[in-house]
Ligand binder design. Structure first.
Ligand code: ADP
Length: 237
């Protein structure tokens, strides 16, 4: 199974591309959705958050008050680290299960939609990194329009992120979303054709030739680790 990492900068069009890929019936593992799921009421991660931050971070219905928790960790670096140490491993585990479920269903491709694919270390573990890019000016305009924010707020959010021009350096495929929706759709169609061609067999077929499955998995992981180890890790912001 070919595991593809999809990322971008804020408002460059990652969600737009993700929806287009979904329309091609490709399975998407969405890190943002999982990040919400792993802190739903009754989860071990929510229990850990309550132990660390108190019951004040819960709404009356027992769900997480994200806005309140956001304000607490925004103002305090140590608390932000503490929260990340709870949530990030839970999201990684949930992603791994989702990937395994894709594999078990016999999917040939699995798309990981992860905003911080480059900033974290996940980019090293996927077969292909796809970055959705648009020019900085267009990114700012789209962010202001989508979130109805002022130029100052939007610029501040952009400068808190790794610039999209840096993310592009980690890409195996760049989708340039500076143009019209039709243009991005065309690029996604081409990407789908390419990845479906490269995806190979699902395990449901390759089990007929067990040694081939093992040899190809070891070969792919080895080759990828070699290539990625030659690239420097990006600066964290
Ligand atoms: P991201 O998920 O990367 O934050 P979105 O997919 O939400 O970005 O896109 C940001 C905004 O730009 C959305 O309002 C979306 O409708 C709009 N948008 C995306 N692609 C285009 C495009 N090619 N032309 C015009 N608007 C676009």
């Amino acid at each position: 199974m070919l595991v593809i990492g999809l990322t971008g900068g804020i408002a460059t069009g990652k969600s737009t591309v993700s929806s287009l890929l979904r329309a091609h019936h490709l399975p998407i593992v969405d890190a943002d959705v999982l990040a919400r799921k792993v802190v739903e009421p009754g989860t071990p991660a929510l229990a850990q958050i309550v132990r660390a931050f108190g019951r004040d971070v819960l709404l009356p219905d027992g769900s997480l008050d994200r806005a309140k928790l956001g304000r607490i960790v925004f103002a305090d670096e140590a608390k932000r680290k503490q929260l990340n140490a709870i949530v990030h491993p839970a999201v990684r585990r949930a992603m791994l299960w989702s990937i395994l479920r894709c594999w078990w269903r016999g999917e040939r491709v699995c798309i990981l939609d992860v905003p911080l694919l480059i900033e974290g270390s996940l980019w090293k573990w996927v077969a292909k990194v796809v970055v959705v890019y648009c020019s900085a000016d267009i990114q700012l305009q789209r962010l202001m329009k989508r979130d109805k924010s002022s130029r100052e707020d939007a610029s501040a959010r952009l400068s808190a992120q790794l610039p999209i021009t840096e993310k592009v350096q980690y890409a195996d495929v760049v989708i340039d979303n500076s143009g019209t929706p039709q243009e991005v759709e065309r690029q996604v169609d081409q990407l789908v054709q390419r990845i479906v061609k490269e995806a190979g067999w699902s395990w449901r077929l390759s089990w007929l030739f067990p040694p081939w499955g093992v040899i190809s998995a070891v070969g792919t992981l080895g080759w990828r680790a070699l290539r990625r180890s030659q690239k420097a890790k990006p600066r964290r912001r």
